[in-house]
Design a protein around this ligand. Structure first.
Ligand SMILES: C[S@@+](CC[C@H](N)C(=O)[O-])C[C@H]1O[C@@H](n2cnc3c(N)ncnc32)[C@H](O)[C@@H]1O
Length: 359
């Protein structure tokens, strides 16, 4: 894809996949946040014009619709902040948003400006007022990699209940990594210098080093970081999505969103967190034998509570909770490969309190 200079442009299959993930995540996550928070913020830091050439919705519209089209209306106040640097796209977005029906509890602001400046400004204003920020989801979806310094990510993530989903333009980052003129840009992007080890390495090694440098840095500001790799159908690594959160439940919902996205698209995506070169593909269904292997590697011959096992599956494997109880634990119990200790009301159920012994 060449440089986009028009106000709106054709949607690409990888963008559609990303939009599907965004929508599914917000659909699941906003009701959870609004069950306890009076206010919720959604920030779209590189919002774009809100529409594509074929009239497909852009991310700001997708995000608003995920609130407006909830089956059970959302009770909290939801505030959307859209940041767009390009004046024509900003104008287009403002006009587009006027055509959408906005629920009463939803408000939004569009700011024409640089992502970093606007975010810093907004966070400073809150700090000056000594106010803590409401639960906030920040979508960071740049064209390139020069406008997302790690310092800004750090400032966002310092706040409790803030989380980010960021498009990491792997293909471009990899392409220019040897260019010493861009050294400072890369240091700012990564917040470290570990990425330099990628220079002169094989494509697989480069991928792992670049991926791990960014994931490692995000891990310094979040409890859970997960990465998803997007490949185009010519099998080229295109970009990565990194999700960083402090909430295990948030991570669970994001992984579910990934697993539930339609796999028939023109694009392939996979979980890249643990071994970026040997990813678990979100194909037609989860590969249970793979998950069973991971569980056994950790717990064979050991005892673990069901709650801890669930935490392990969500936080340390590419899979999620809807994958393992009936598909792994039940058959293992039938074959007497596990023993379940503690009280449970139903056979083959695994409530938090029981302990599972892997024989
Ligand atoms: C990949 S597009 C965003 C697409 C949009 N998120 C969507 O999914 O529909 C990136 C957008 O960020 C804008 N942009 C580029 N640099 C920016 C910056 N430093 N701050 C804010 N917006 C920027 C571009 O004009 C472009 O509209």
């Amino acid at each position: 894809m060449g440089k986009i200079t028009t106000t709106i442009w054709d949607i690409e299959p990888h963008t559609e996949a990303k939009h599907a993930i965004l929508r599914k995540y917000l659909d699941a996550w906003i009701p959870i946040l609004s069950s306890w928070a009076k206010n919720v913020n959604i920030i779209d830091g590189f919002s774009g014009p809100g529409e594509y050439n074929g009239k497909e919705d852009g991310s700001p519209v997708i995000a608003i619709k995920s609130v407006a089209e909830q089956r059970i209306p959302i009770a909290s106040k939801i505030f959307f902040l859209f940041i767009e640097k390009d004046k024509d796209r900003y104008d287009f977005l403002q006009n587009k948003l006027k055509t959408i029906s906005i629920p009463k509890n939803v408000s939004y602001a569009c700011i024409c400006g640089e992502f970093s400046d606007v975010i810093e400004n907004e966070l400073n204003k809150l700090n000056e007022k000594n106010k803590s920020i409401a639960p906030t989801f920040v979508f960071i979806d740049p064209f390139g990699f020069k406008d997302t310094p790690f310092e800004v990510i750090n400032k966002i993530m310092k706040n409790d209940f803030c989380e980010i989903l960021i498009t990491f333009m792997y293909e471009e980052i990899n392409r220019f990594i040897d260019d010493t003129r861009l050294e400072q840009t890369y240091i700012k992007l990564f917040g470290n210098e570990k990425w330099k080890d990628a220079r002169g390495k094989s494509p697989e090694e480069r991928f792992k080093i670049i991926h791990d440098s960014y994931l490692g840095q995000l891990s310094t500001v979040a409890n859970f970081v997960h990465s998803f790799k997007m490949k185009n159908k010519s099998n080229k690594d295109d970009y990565l999505l990194f999700f960083a959160t402090k909430s295990l439940l948030g991570l669970e919902r994001m992984k579910e969103a990934m697993w539930r996205v339609d796999k028939k698209g023109n694009f392939e995506f996979s979980d890249a967190t643990y071994n970026p070169n040997q990813t678990v593909l979100f194909e037609l269904g989860p590969n249970f034998s793979e998950l069973k292997k991971m569980i056994l590697k950790e717990y064979k011959g050991k005892r673990v509570t069901a709650k801890k096992l669930e935490h392990f599956v969500i936080a340390k494997t590419p899979f999620t909770t809807f994958h393992y109880k009936t598909s792994i634990l039940k058959p293992m119990e039938e074959k007497r490969e596990i023993q379940v200790l503690g009280h449970r009301k139903r056979k083959f159920s695994y409530p938090d309190g029981v302990t599972i012994e892997f024989l």
